[in-house]
Design a protein around this ligand. Structure first.
Ligand SMILES: Nc1ncnc2c1ncn2[C@@H]1O[C@H](COP(=O)(O)OP(=O)(O)OP(=O)(O)O)[C@@H](O)[C@H]1O
Ligand SMILES: [Mg+2]
Length: 300
């Protein structure tokens, strides 16, 4: 069984001093710029795990990906191996300071994956944005040119429906909603759908719900099946066929600052996110023929 507890081996995330080379904004690649917000105001449903691992899996399929960490917790930032404490600039400087996003984008150790990092200062941004002109459009404006350098931009949202999430929904072409396979899985989704509708009506007419992803499913329990059926009855074909299983490896990987395809390439979690990446790419018509290999990491 691949799911062994290896807590004793956990080590702190290392410094980001060894981040390699130039970001893809400076390298000119054929882009599509499809932008997706990973959103659910409920905490701990797998937004960040999905943002990091879907991004890395898409990159391993040969796509060029920008991951935007829009959560003050900065879990996507550390999840791809970038130290939150060593940051010179972050998405905060873009949203509040008006700095160009290319000044903030960093290459990660995963080939094909760039990051806009977050830091704790973003916690104050909800309040600071309130007094800002075009406050809902700050991220969209910042990404306008940069997104054209990427095949897909993925935005990891915080667990709230505040101005940061509204910025993500305004910047996005579509949103992906992770839903944890647990009791009350659908609770709170109606206010999320209402928020998405409001953004579509007032700020971003093109916004779609691209998909609903079932996460942390436990095949040994009937509960996961029941929740999956309930969610599929509610959202129909919007629900991805791929279901992400509960996996200790997926929970461990962030402690190593690695996506699952690098940390445990043979695990069920890695297989799930690679399958999801294929399904995701198929749904948006993104070619994904040239698999660079699941665990490709740029040498530091
Ligand atoms: N499939 C999974 N199997 C096991 N653990 C998981 C899985 N997906 C996520 N986790 C763990 O569950 C916790 C919550 O996941 P995650 O951080 O991705 O959720 P989130 O929605 O981003 O949370 P928040 O709302 O706080 O930002 C984390 O400790 C993560 O490692
Ligand atoms: Mg998160």
């Amino acid at each position: 069984m691949e799911e062994e507890r290896t807590g004793a081996r956990l080590r702190p995330i290392g410094p980001s001093s060894s981040q390699p080379q130039k970001p893809y904004t400076e390298m000119g690649s054929p882009p599509t710029g499809n932008t997706f917000a990973i959103v659910n105001q409920k905490g701990g449903v797998g937004k960040t795990t999905t943002a990091v691992n879907l991004s890395a899996a898409l990159a391993s399929l040969g796509r060029i990906i920008l991951l935007v960490d829009l959560d003050p917790q900065g879990n996507s930032t550390s999840g791809v191996g970038i130290s939150k404490t060593g940051l010179r600039m972050s998405v905060y400087d873009v949203l509040i300071g008006g700095d160009p996003i290319d000044h903030v984008i960093q290459r990660t150790a995963t080939a094909g994956l760039d990051l806009v990092p977050s830091d704790v200062r973003l916690a104050g941004a909800e309040v600071e944005l309130t007094a800002t002109i075009a406050r809902e459009n700050r991220l969209k404006a910042a990404l306008r040119t940069a997104r054209n350098h990427y095949d897909v931009v993925i935005i990891d949202c915080p667990p709230s429906l505040g101005l940061l999430t509204i910025n993500a929904l305004t910047a996005a072409d579509a949103c992906l909603i992770p839903v944890q396979c647990e009791y009350y899985a659908l609770e709170g989704l109606s206010s999320l759908v209402t928020t998405i509708d409001l953004v579509r009506r007032h700020l971003n007419t093109g916004l779609e719900v691209s998909g609903v992803l079932l996460t942390m499913a436990d095949p040994r329990t009937k509960l996961s099946d029941q929740v999956a059926t309930e969610v599929r009855n509610h959202f129909g074909s919007k629900v991805y066929e791929t279901v992400v299983p509960r996996s200790v490896r997926l929970a461990e990987a962030p402690s190593y600052g690695q996506p699952i395809i690098a940390y445990a390439p043979g695990s069920r979690g890695a297989a799930a996110y690679l399958t999801l990446a294929g399904e995701f790419a198929d749904r948006i018509g993104l070619p994904h023929g040239s698999n660079r290999g699941a665990a490709v990491q740029v040498p530091a």
